[in-house]
Design a protein around this ligand. Structure first.
Ligand code: SAH
Length: 196
């Protein structure tokens, strides 16, 4: 497999914002992801009241599912439009707070559920700002990260992990010569070396 064709590709934050503005958001799943339902038990591992992190969250409906189950959800997303659509589409009230540690960032805090969404770059977060997490739902996240940033991304996720955390990762398998991505093709061998 030749993943070389994708390794130099960079999608800028501006390009992501434009996708949201133009409605080019085919990655969004109205019905939620079947794999989260399938592997929910693995994520929860018999625990309740978890802190669950959604990197590069978009307006993933799974954030509401998990909050409705009593977990507390934290997401991060560069597009404020995406986050506002999330709250609007679920009729969830929220308030906006500045994030003093990150210049230009905002936190959109749901006032009826435990859902806190940071509007900033994923790379601006740290465990001192967002805390650590018991569970991770990584769908459209690692595979959306620019290939050159993968190690940085995974290293950050590791710093956000609580002891005994579980990490659900969804990847896509296809011939990287036939599609430029995102989503990018991340071979299993690379996953193993990234996450150790
Ligand atoms: N996980 C979501 C969205 C996947 S698409 C889902 O399952 O539907 C990837 C998302 O990451 C886009 O909404 C894009 O705006 C956002 N994004 C891209 N780079 C980012 C970054 N550096 N920090 C935060 N969000 C980012």
């Amino acid at each position: 497999e030749d993943v070389g064709s994708q390794m130099d590709r960079v999608v800028t934050e501006e390009e992501w914002l434009q996708k949201w503005e133009k409605g080019n958001t085919g990655f969004h799943k109205e019905q939620g992801h079947p794999l989260l339902q399938k592997y929910l038990d693995v994520l929860l591992n018999g625990r309740s009241g978890l802190r669950i992190f959604f990197p590069l969250c978009g307006k993933a409906v799974e954030m509401k599912w998990l909050a409705d189950m009593g977990h507390s959800v934290v997401g991060v997303e560069v597009s404020e439009q995406a986050l506002k659509e999330f709250f609007a589409e679920h009729n969830l009230p929220y308030c906006e707070e500045p994030v003093p540690e990150i210049s230009g960032a905002k936190k959109l805090q749901c006032t009826s559920r435990n859902i806190s969404l940071y509007c900033c770059s994923n790379y601006d977060l740290s465990s001192s700002i967002a805390g650590k997490f018991d569970g991770f739902w990584d769908r459209g996240a690692l595979v959306a990260v620019n290939p050159c940033d993968r190690q940085r991304y995974v290293s950050l996720m590791v710093t956000l992990m609580e002891k005994n955390s579980s990490y659900l990762l969804v990847t896509v398998s296809y011939d990287p010569n036939k599609h430029k991505g995102p989503p990018f093709y991340v071979p299993e061998s690379e996953l193993k070396s990234l996450f150790g």
